[in-house]
Ligand binder design. Structure first.
Ligand SMILES: [Zn+2]
Length: 338
């Protein structure tokens, strides 16, 4: 089969790879229906994370089950499945507590930009739909496997409640899905921070009520202007830089909460600043598996359409262009079809 391999910053190639096989009885192999490029894939692509030896890429996927190990009994070959970027057995104590992204047998997916993918912990990770979904539903189901699940977690971690005010820091795919989540969870006012017109438009379509294009001190001041001078009840941090974390912390009112889901890069928080902010912080990799059944239902019922974050669709063999377009901000998110 063929798939994407990163060799160096800016150098992603589509190459022949070994066909994935069942290794553990809890594995499955799926034929990829759609996969995509994640904002976090851009960290190594831009040289902000070491790459080491050339390796496959991708952690978002929907597909058709090809083969299952002997302990995978809840899905069968031929079914359409959605899974999380973090695999989980769904039975250990962390899973039972709802924190499947900290599963004691967790393996992160990292080979999904390929024609076939081995899914470890498939017995706990994969959720099958009742029928094969219509083609127009596939992008939204793919979004559920990471960006929508992550935006959902950001909103829950920030404790968005009916009638509350939420700020979303970051206008990438996760931030835009965070707007959907805040709306679904009943936020009355949703302030999206974005400087890009196409992303502002999508944020408004997804339910944002206000847009702030300023950043830094000015951005914080604008949030305060809109929130009675104190900051928002909930802030979703969806970037992972020192600047965005600072923006989030200082946009939250005393007693409010920040949900941070941008993978932090060179973020440090001053103890005194945090202490006097009286802000609650919860972040980390989203336990997407916990939300899959609910989010799949919301997609299939037409209630949410997070697939709109994909503004570029390419054949999988043009994966290199998919990265380049996102790196150059010509695309919010690239969907890839084998
Ligand atoms: Zn577990």
């Amino acid at each position: 089969m063929r798939g994407a391999v990163i060799h160096a910053p800016g150098d992603v190639r589509f190459e022949t790879l070994d066909d994935p096989k069942i290794i553990q009885p809890t594995d499955a192999v799926i034929r990829t229906v759609s996969t995509c490029v994640c904002g976090s894939d851009l960290w190594p692509y831009r040289g902000a994370e070491p790459i080491g030896d050339p390796h496959p890429m991708g952690h978002e996927y929907v597909g058709i089950v090809e083969e299952v190990g002997s302990e995978v009994t809840h899905v069968r070959p031929g079914q359409f499945v959605v899974g999380s970027f973090a695999t989980s057995d769904n039975t250990c104590v962390n899973c039972r507590n709802g924190w499947q992204s900290s599963c004691l047998s967790r393996e992160f997916m990292s080979t999904c930009q390929a024609e076939y993918v081995r899914i470890p912990n498939a017995h706990g990770t994969l959720v099958a739909t009742d029928e094969h979904p219509d083609a127009e539903m596939v992008p939204s189901l793919l979004a559920v496997s990471d960006v929508m699940g992550t935006g959902w977690y950001a909103a829950l971690a920030a404790e968005v409640k009916p009638g509350s005010t939420a700020v979303v820091v970051g206008d990438g795919a996760v931030g835009l899905c965070g707007v959907i989540a805040a709306k679904e969870l009943g936020a009355e006012r949703i302030i999206a921070m974005s400087r890009h017109e196409s992303r502002q438009k999508l944020a408004l379509e997804f339910g944002a009520t206000d847009i702030i294009s300023e950043r830094g001190e000015e951005g914080i001041a604008r949030v305060k202007d809109l929130t009675g001078g104190i900051g928002a009840d909930s802030v979703l941090e969806c970037v992972g830089t020192a600047e965005s974390m600072r923006q989030a912390l200082h946009s939250t009112r005393p007693g409010g909460n920040v949900g941070f889901v941008g993978v932090p890069h060179e973020v440090s928080i001053d103890g005194q600043e945090l202490f006097f902010s009286q802000v609650g912080l919860r972040g980390g990799p989203a336990p997407v598996r916990r939300y899959l059944p609910d989010l799949i239902d919301r997609v299939l019922s037409g209630r949410i359409n997070p697939g709109k974050v994909f503004d570029l669709t390419l054949p999988l063999d043009q994966v290199a262009e998919g990265y380049k377009a996102m790196d150059e901000r010509r695309a919010i998110k690239t969907l890839l079809k084998p």
